[in-house]
Design a protein around this ligand. Structure first.
Ligand code: PXP
Length: 245
């Protein structure tokens, strides 16, 4: 009931620490698939800090499930996506100085540009997803630009420590999921999820796809990829069991 896409960027982060050829994110992707992953997510950042252009080509050619390419909405990235034709593109905001993606994309401020990009994805049969904060204005704008899906940024929810604030943020994600679904958008989520905090997210009935990277790759160092992926599936199942019948 929930598709799990594994983000293998940080396998490439370790490789790039030595500018060598190991570990290989493609090998990690294939092992994640063997463990049951429904797809592989990679983020080709403008500064190429982890995933490289050749990884996009090799992973696209060899992965048997689906490839979700995360990228900034730039002309350079658009050309790469149209050439490599992943199953899905997720547009994310990108700042060079950030450690990881901070906050969702501001759709409202770039509707014309995104509409144009979306038309090109459609012509090439690439699903078009937008990574946004759980905000009703951004959801409505995502619909207007022709997105197939929205991925709600769970970063804020996963970083909060105070129980009341966590509950409030969770409510935002729930009501946003309802609105997106009512508008005909598919609902995904991701960022900062781990075996504990994923449970409440998987319990939201509209959510059908999750993108999870750092926690699974970190756990793989101790447990191996297969076990780390399977443990995440068990946690997701706990959430699904909490969904209203
Ligand atoms: N979704 C998006 C749009 C992201 O940018 C990232 C990080 O690359 C993720 C999901 C996965 O986040 P994490 O690595 O914290 O699981």
């Amino acid at each position: 009931m929930i598709r799990l896409f594994i983000n293998v960027d940080h396998v490439a982060t370790v490789r790039e620490a030595r500018k060598t050829d190991e570990p290989d994110p493609l090998q990690a992707a294939l092992l994640a698939e063997m463990a049951g992953a429904d797809g592989i997510t990679i983020h080709l950042r403008e500064d190429r800090r982890h995933i490289q252009d050749h990884d996009v080509v090799r992973i696209r050619e060899s992965v048997k499930t689906k490839v979700n390419l995360e990228m900034a909405p730039t002309d350079e990235m658009l050309n790469i996506a149209l050439k490599s034709k992943p199953h899905q593109v997720s547009l994310v905001p990108e700042k060079r100085e950030e450690i990881t993606t901070e906050g969702g994309l501001d759709i409202v401020s770039m509707e014309d540009r995104l509409k144009n990009m979306g038309e090109q994805f459609k012509e090439n049969k690439i699903l078009f997803s937008l990574f946004i904060d759980p905000d009703h204005k951004q959801i409505e704008a995502s619909k207007r630009v022709g997105a197939d899906s929205v991925e709600f940024n769970t970063g804020q929810y996963t970083e909060l420590k105070d129980a009341d604030k966590i509950a409030k943020e969770l409510e935002k994600i729930k009501s946003s999921s309802k609105l997106a679904s009512q508008l005909g958008l598919r609902v995904f989520a991701g960022h900062g999820l781990n075996n504990q905090n994923v449970v409440a997210i998987a319990a939201i009935p509209e959510i059908e796809e999750l993108n999870i990277g750092h926690n699974i790759i970190a756990k793989s160092i101790y447990l191996g990829i297969e076990k780390a992926v399977k443990e995440m599936f068990h946690a997701i199942d706990r959430g699904i069991n909490l969904r209203p019948q």
